[in-house]
Design a protein around this ligand. Structure first.
Ligand SMILES: *Cc1c(COP(=O)(O)O)cnc(C)c1O
Length: 396
């Protein structure tokens, strides 16, 4: 287990046990110097020449390959840009276009709201009888019928950590003639993913969670290699054009994955992410997964033995969970504030979910036991029962 642990690669404040890398990964130590370099050496000195000389324009594809490496995507099938919500929209629109005789987007009620909102916005714009159909996560397989154009699912449920079987559901979607879109927001850098084996047409994800790219880091989009020159990008921005600097007045999509680019890349954020991706080069995802499961199993066993007030909300079977464990508690918000005050940082998702993410790159068994001791103290002594812990911030 120790061979994935690399605490020295991250900056973590003293006295903090960080169980929220599933929401915002901590900062890798190399990032500040890299970002300072982009500012002082590249932006300040090179000015506009940076686009060519410092590789700014090529970075979305270069970083895309580094991310692709972690999710079983071949070179040239992943590109970075925009935010995840936008990439969901783009992949969904491209998928719908591939099945012009079908009108339904199928998803599940456990999906992250933004994915569902983007789908609602798209069907509203398309009109013509398009609709979004959502079913309970456990009913998805049954609900894939031959009127479905695109099945859009997030592999790991943001609240409970429940994990879908990507390969089985993709096969089911394909058997019904539907296009498959996977959201890997809570998968990339958390669980092993093999997009080639999965055979889905599209995948998207963000990089500020388990990949530690920093707040607002760019999202990624994957298009299966055989579709790269066929998929219609929907968001037809100039940097997805075949030749942006020809300034052709009409749009002609670029070759391969490049067509999924939209506008000017966020160079400074991209550099932070590129630096963070260096960390992942030699991480073995199977070993990382084994270490994550060990930490989660320890956490569940210790919490259930010592903190009877909390009720497991995640699947008990580790094979059905991503890299987080959630517990239900009616006063979950206040309890999480009390924990954060005592250095154990997780988060809260309405109505009653206390979420704890496990990242074996910087967490070990000792951290888990120390966190459980704090949780026990907060729960046993009702330390959450303090008016100061009732006021909700804009971000929970
Ligand atoms: C985190 C997350 C998002 C966030 O989308 P942004 O556009 O990056 O804010 C969207 N979908 C899922 C499934 C997520 O987990």
């Amino acid at each position: 287990m120790t061979d994935v642990l690399r605490k020295e690669s991250f900056v973590l404040p003293d006295g903090v046990i960080y169980l929220d890398g599933n929401s915002l990964g901590p900062m890798p130590v190399g990032v500040p110097a890299r970002v300072a370099d982009v500012m002082n050496e590249e932006w300040a000195q090179l000015l506009v020449r940076g686009w060519n000389k410092a590789g700014w324009m090529a970075a979305p594809s270069a970083v895309g390959n580094a991310v692709g490496h972690l999710i079983g995507a071949p070179e040239g099938t992943v590109v970075m840009g925009d935010t995840l919500s936008i990439k969901v929209y783009q992949a969904l629109a491209a998928g719908v276009k591939m099945r012009p005789d079908r009108r339904v987007i199928l998803s599940d009620t456990g999906n992250f709201p933004s994915d569902l909102y983007m789908a609602e916005g798209l069907v509203g714009l398309l009109g013509q009888g398009y609709s979004l159909r959502t079913v309970a996560p456990e009913d998805v397989a049954e609900a894939i019928s031959d009127d479905v154009a695109v099945v859009m699912l997030t592999q790991v449920d943001y609240r409970t950590g429940r994990m879908h079987d990507m390969q089985a559901l993709t096969a089911k979607a394909h058997a019904a003639g539907a296009v498959m879109l996977w959201d890997l927001a809570h998968s990339a850098g958390a669980v092993p993913v093999d997009l080639v084996a999965c055979n889905c047409e599209f995948a998207v994800g963000c990089t500020y969670k388990y990949l530690n790219g920093g707040p607002g880091a760019p999202a990624f989009i994957y298009v299966r290699a055989d579709l790269a020159d066929l998929a219609e990008p929907a968001l037809s921005g100039w940097l997805g054009h075949r030749a942006p600097f020809d300034f052709d007045p009409s749009y002609d999509p670029g070759r391969g994955i490049e067509r999924m680019r939209v506008g000017t890349p966020p160079v400074i954020q991209m550099a932070a992410l590129q630096e963070a991706m260096k960390l992942w080069k030699d991480v073995d995802m199977d070993k990382l997964r084994a270490a994550s499961v060990a930490l989660q199993e320890q956490f569940i066993a210790e919490v259930e033995a010592q903190v009877p007030q909390l009720e497991l909300a995640s699947p008990r079977d580790a094979r059905m969970r991503g890299s987080q464990v959630s517990f239900r508690f009616s006063q979950g918000y206040a309890a999480m504030q009390a924990l954060i005050d005592r250095g154990v940082i997780g988060d809260f998702r309405a109505p009653d979910i206390m979420r704890f993410g496990f990242t074996p790159l910087y967490l070990d068994a000792g951290d888990v036991s120390n966190a459980v001791a704090v949780i026990k103290d907060v729960m046993e002594n009702r330390l959450w029962d303090d008016p100061a812990y009732q006021t909700r911030g804009a971000v929970t």
